[in-house]
Design a binder for this molecule. Structure first.
Ligand code: TYD
Ligand code: MG
Length: 424
């Protein structure tokens, strides 16, 4: 923005000097919890004063709901002495009030402001001096001195940079909301990733109940955490036991259903993968996939055809992950492949079997990260046998059920072995 002004401040500032790293005092960032544990966990333990968080997600996924809940909780029970300012450029103060009435009792310390002009937001922040300021959304912000319209790259970037400087100067934690378009890129906010300290994405299918909050970037913690919520009539609720929730409606004895032991960030999650094959009426069979990468499914179908001899060419293939969850990790390959094989053979996989493994182009089953953690989660949920890559199985610790029985590890080298072990 004002380049000349920046340069002026630079020359006024005391010149910085190199110092020995050993002499620098390590200090923990001043954090405060919002009181919504799944949110705090993804942040790495809470919000950091003076930091800027970008919360991205598709329209209607629940970003405004989540942040209003954070404000209600923070300004209410958690930090009764601090103030929260919720700035909205998308809704009126009344609409925010209406939504809030479904979510909880607003405290005196929660302020709302329907405004899009950055300089007016700045004056309000200076007057109120809140601990947390939410800006919903960054696409509505405008700096009057820029001529372009709100939502354009330059407006979004300069407005966010301005707010970021304000956050640092005043020591306010700021959360910016950024909409993600259909293609899944942070249109506009993509340009913000390097300006902000933390990037979180709220994912899920807006027609389904579960939402996953993921850290994509975090200057104050790891991005290995996910938070799981369900969208209810009175807002987002924390899901204490996601694996149990994702498996709740699993059919038993139905071909095409396989439980995978996935690792989302640092968190092991048991999720059901379903596959269905139906005779195709098309010259090119359809592949309809939700929750995993369609290219990955195409690859696994080809491996099944070439390396396991399944003639899949005449079938439309459908693959789906339960709960509207998205699985990106290669460790779910084997589960997807077995679900397809089970559908093809019309033979169910034993419901007490869970699966983890990557599948290579030669039909070989490859190792996965953190097998012990995955096994512990499978044991906790009562699974008796876990099909795992032979390479990884050697180093795995003995995993016991809470009841004391051992989980049976079935080590496989190839897809054919995995098919034999799971379907007999
Ligand atoms: P919203 O937070 O407005 O999404 P975003 O800000 O990401 O665009 O969420 C909108 C959806 O959430 C809407 O379809 C209704 C639903 N919802 C509930 O199911 N329960 C609730 O308590 C609230 C407030 C919203
Ligand atoms: Mg919104």
């Amino acid at each position: 923005m004002k380049k000349s002004a920046d340069r002026a401040t630079l020359s006024l500032r005391e010149a910085s000097k190199p110092v020995p790293l050993a002499s620098v005092e390590a200090c923990d960032h001043e954090r405060f919890r919002s009181g919504i544990d799944e949110f705090d966990r993804v942040l790495g333990g809470g919000l950091v004063a003076g930091s800027v968080v970008l919360l991205g997600g598709a329209p209607g996924i629940g970003k405004s709901t989540l942040l209003l809940q954070v404000c209600l909780r923070l300004a209410g029970a958690i930090r009764p002495t601090g103030k929260c300012l919720y700035v909205t450029g998308e809704e009126s103060a009344r609409q925010v009030k209406l939504r809030a009435s479904r979510l909880g009792e607003p405290s005196e310390n929660l302020y709302v402001m329907a405004e899009t002009h950055v300089t007016l937001i700045e004056s309000a922040a200076r007057e109120l001096n809140p601990e947390l300021m939410v800006i919903d959304s960054v696409q509505t912000l405008q700096l009057p001195e820029l001529e372009s319209a709100p939502g354009t790259v330059s407006q979004v970037r300069e407005s966010a940079a301005y707010i970021g400087r304000l956050a640092k100067e005043m020591g306010i934690a700021v959360i910016l909301v950024g909409h993600i378009n259909k293609e899944g890129v942070l249109a506009g906010p993509k340009v913000l990733e390097h300006i902000v300290d933390v990037v979180l994405i709220l994912e899920g299918d807006r027609h389904l109940v579960y939402r996953v909050l993921r850290g994509v970037k975090n200057r104050y913690g790891s991005t290995n955490e996910i938070g799981v919520f369900s969208m209810e009539a009175d807002g987002l609720k924390e899901v204490a036991d996601p694996s149990e929730a994702f498996l709740a409606e699993r059919p038993s004895g139905v071909p095409g259903s396989v439980v995978v032991v996935s690792l989302e960030g640092a968190r092991p999650l048991l999720v059901e993968v379903q596959a269905l094959l139906a005779s195709s009426g098309y010259a090119t069979p359809r592949r309809t996939v939700t929750g995993v990468d369609p290219n990955r499914v195409a690859l696994l179908l080809a491996v099944l055809e070439k390396q396991a001899g399944l003639t899949l060419g005449g079938y439309d293939a459908f693959v789906k992950v339960s709960g509207g969850l998205r699985l990106d990790e290669p460790g779910v390959d084997l589960g997807i492949t077995l679900a397809l094989a089970s559908a093809f053979r019309a033979r169910p996989v034993d419901p007490l079997v869970a699966v983890a493994g990557e599948v290579g182009l030669g039909g070989e089953v490859r190792g996965v990260a953190r097998l012990d953690q995955r096994l512990a989660e499978a044991a906790r949920l009562g699974f008796r046998r876990v099909i795992v890559p032979a390479g990884a199985a050697r180093g795995a610790a003995r995993t016991l059920h809470p009841g004391g029985e051992q989980v049976e590890l079935v080590a496989v080298r190839t897809l054919a072995e995995a098919m034999a072990a799971s379907m007999g």
